[in-house]
Design a protein around this ligand. Structure first.
Ligand code: NAP
Length: 281
């Protein structure tokens, strides 16, 4: 199918680059290493962790899992985080989110070292994106979307680009990254009036909503480009995006699948950030 934006293919190219970079670092006696902080034993976290560990191995990156008890207090969590911040053998830190509600994520996100913040959790790294400064770590999912756009040579200049979703993890930073590339960006959310009309005028429509197959054919401009950030499980337990892929396939000129689209590239970006963190400063 000619109009599918293949995230897996792009992820493989990025992984091949990471492998070369990690080998180059090892020849300089630097062993790129990340620490994963997981609180409790949630099924989703364990599955995500398994995927990351497998990808780390493939990419030649060491990984260390710090498993903390579900009832850990914020102070204790922060002590662990300080230890990792100080540990010169740990280059990148990944904290699985969402954290349990009793933990003060607003404090924690300021404490993770901005230099080890491979998942772009620290507000300092997010703020840099809003200043068009890419010297910090880019948020992985927005960076994955931008990488797909770049890889498929999608022209953003002056294009009507609609982002549905305004979270600080995806929608907001992604909108700023698109704006930097001269797209004309409209950010939509749950209170947007007439979302369908706005979406159907988009040259490029990006869905980051968290609602299975929410975006249907009526939301799409004929020949428009559709990027689906959503990862949902439908009523039959099947993984799907925010976009009703099958119904849109014929109407859109290009579309990302779920799985095999943005999500595949996101993991590659995370590990590329780990390599950047390990590079000598
Ligand atoms: P989130 O924090 O829940 O934000 C969802 C956004 O969608 C909010 O801005 C919300 O608007 C908006 N929204 C919800 N219902 C809407 C509606 N009916 N109409 C218009 N807008 C609506 O979610 P997120 O963390 O940004 O994640 C979004 C999706 O991406 C999820 O499916 C998540 O699993 C997936 N995700 C994928 C990756 C990846 O690597 N592919 C990474 C992260 C997340 P309000 O602000 O008004 O509430």
């Amino acid at each position: 199918m000619g109009n599918i934006l293949d995230g897996r293919k792009l992820a493989k190219i990025i992984f091949d680059g990471i492998r070369k970079d990690s080998d180059a670092l090892k020849s300089k006696k630097i062993n790129p290493t990340i620490a994963i902080i997981r609180v409790g034993n949630k099924k989703d976290d364990i599955a995500y962790e398994r995927g990351i560990l497998k990808n780390c191995e493939k990419a030649g990156i060491n990984s260390k899992v710090i498993e903390l008890p579900e009832n850990i207090a914020t102070e204790e969590f922060i002590k662990e985080l300080y230890l990792l911040n100080k540990d010169s053998e740990i280059h990148g830190i990944l904290i699985f989110r969402p954290l349990p509600k009793h933990l003060d994520e607003n404090r924690i996100k300021h404490i993770i070292s901005p230099l080890k913040d491979i998942d772009c959790m620290n507000p300092l790294n997010i703020a840099k994106i809003f200043e068009d400064d890419y010297s910090g770590f880019s948020p992985c999912t927005p960076a994955a979307v931008m990488e797909i756009i770049k890889d498929y040579k999608i022209d953003l200049v002056g294009k009507k680009t609609v982002v549905i979703g305004r979270s600080i993890v995806v929608g907001k930073p992604l909108s700023i990254m698109l704006l930097k590339e001269n797209a004309t960006v409209t950010i939509c959310h749950s209170k947007t009036a007439d979302l369908q009309t706005i979406s159907s005028e988009a040259d490029i429509l990006i869905a980051a909503i968290g609602k299975a197959r929410f975006v249907t054919e009526e939301y799409i401009k004929p020949g428009g480009i559709v990027i689906d950030v959503g990862i949902n499980v439908d009523e039959n337990g099947k993984l799907c995006g925010d976009v009703d892929f099958e119904s849109i396939l014929k109407k859109a000129s290009l579309i990302t699948p779920v799985p095999g689209g943005v999500g595949s590239v996101t993991t590659a970006i995370l590990l590329r950030n780990a390599i950047i963190a390990a590079e000598p400063k």
